[in-house]
Ligand binder design. Structure first.
Ligand SMILES: Cc1cc2nc3c(=O)[nH]c(=O)nc-3n(C[C@H](O)[C@H](O)[C@H](O)COP(=O)(O)O)c2cc1C
Length: 318
């Protein structure tokens, strides 16, 4: 009976995903194509925010990105969106040049793309990385806006050891997160030392900074706490827990990097087996954590205009 009811729930979802997911006819829909391009140009920002990026890294991928930006521009125009990827490639070129390396092919391709733009991308749109000083992050203080705005994903940590106490304190604070019916259906699997390295290597999204991360926390939701209409609720509750944990580390003057656990099915099975995650738990994300260097770079990760993501509704007829 339960199996049948679940099938009906999932059939509906299957239908929605088949048409609406970003992977479906990606280049026909502006939003889907933007998402794909954003993943690509964010990879450049991430690369630049490592401790010691390899000069000229990712040339082939960046040239492809420039080609894709051209195709997108030909289809949608949209200079406002294009400004950020273009500024990011500019940031990449400047970063390399400052260190004595000329990424000639990328420079040429970008110049060509820019010359075709109806209007130049303003010089004050900054892309790539921005430098951060530890003292500025620490002065986040109690004012929430400033506190939130000084949290960044960090990919370049100091070598200071992350202690069990620091991790437990952050997890304890994260326990204050809201959850549906206060079920608190989350769990934290902590990995340190070589186990942490193995976990992060398996995850794959922290290539280039595995050793820099001090400890890793796999945040999971617990399916056993939810009913038939709630199959996504464990992801929501555990993500709120993870977000509070990120703020808790930030509040302790430490840094964190959320890392995806969106594995394909076979890989997920392997992940569970290798790292001891039982079937009743769903991984939501891994948090890499560590101490801050005095100065380091973070990816710009520009945000969309708030107007783009807000709709005020009125009840019709009132
Ligand atoms: C669920 C989730 C998964 C992520 N996975 C990765 C990852 O695998 N590798 C990585 O370098 N960054 C990852 N990130 C970090 C994002 O790139 C970052 O949060 C985003 O660019 C915004 O930047 P900010 O966190 O500095 O504000 C992830 C973030 C989230 C929320």
């Amino acid at each position: 009976m339960l199996g049948m009811r679940l099938l009906v729930e999932l059939a509906d979802e299957w239908k929605q995903l088949t048409f609406q997911l970003g992977a479906a006819r990606c280049t026909r829909t502006r939003e889907k194509w933007q998402a794909k391009l954003t993943v690509e140009f964010h990879a450049i920002e991430k690369g630049l925010s490592l401790g010691a990026p390899r000069l000229g890294f990712g040339e082939k991928r960046i040239l492809q990105l420039i080609e894709d930006l051209r195709s997108y521009r030909d289809r949608f125009s949209d200079p406002a969106f294009l400004a950020h990827p273009i500024a990011t490639v500019r940031g990449y070129i400047a970063f390399n040049k400052d260190r004595g390396f000329e990424p000639a092919l990328v420079t040429k391709a970008l110049r060509r793309l820019e010359s075709e733009q109806p209007a130049p991308v303003a010089a004050d749109i900054h892309g790539g990385v921005k430098p951060v000083r530890k003292m500025d992050l620490l002065s986040g203080g109690c004012e929430f806006e400033r506190f939130a705005l000084t949290r960044h994903s960090i990919r370049d940590f100091s070598t200071d050891v992350v202690t069990r106490e620091e991790i437990m304190r952050a997890i304890g604070i994260a326990q204050s997160s809201p959850s549906s019916c206060n079920r608190q259906s989350w769990h934290a699997h902590v990995f340190q030392g070589m186990a942490k390295d193995e976990l992060l290597r398996f995850q794959g999204g922290s290539n280039g900074f595995v050793e820099a991360v001090g400890a890793a926390v796999v945040v999971v939701g617990d399916l056993r706490n939810y009913f038939i209409n709630e199959i996504h609720q464990p992801y929501i509750d555990a993500s709120l827990f993870a977000m509070t944990m990120m703020f808790a580390f930030h509040g302790q003057g430490m840094g964190s990097i959320p890392l995806t656990t969106s594995f394909k099915r076979r890989r997920l099975r392997e992940f569970r087996k290798r790292f001891g995650i039982p079937d009743y738990q769903v991984p939501v994300m891994i948090l890499g954590v560590g101490h801050l260097k005095e100065e380091f770079n973070v990816a710009c990760s520009a945000r969309n205009d708030v107007l783009k993501i807000v709709t005020f509704h009125q009840v019709v007829g009132v």
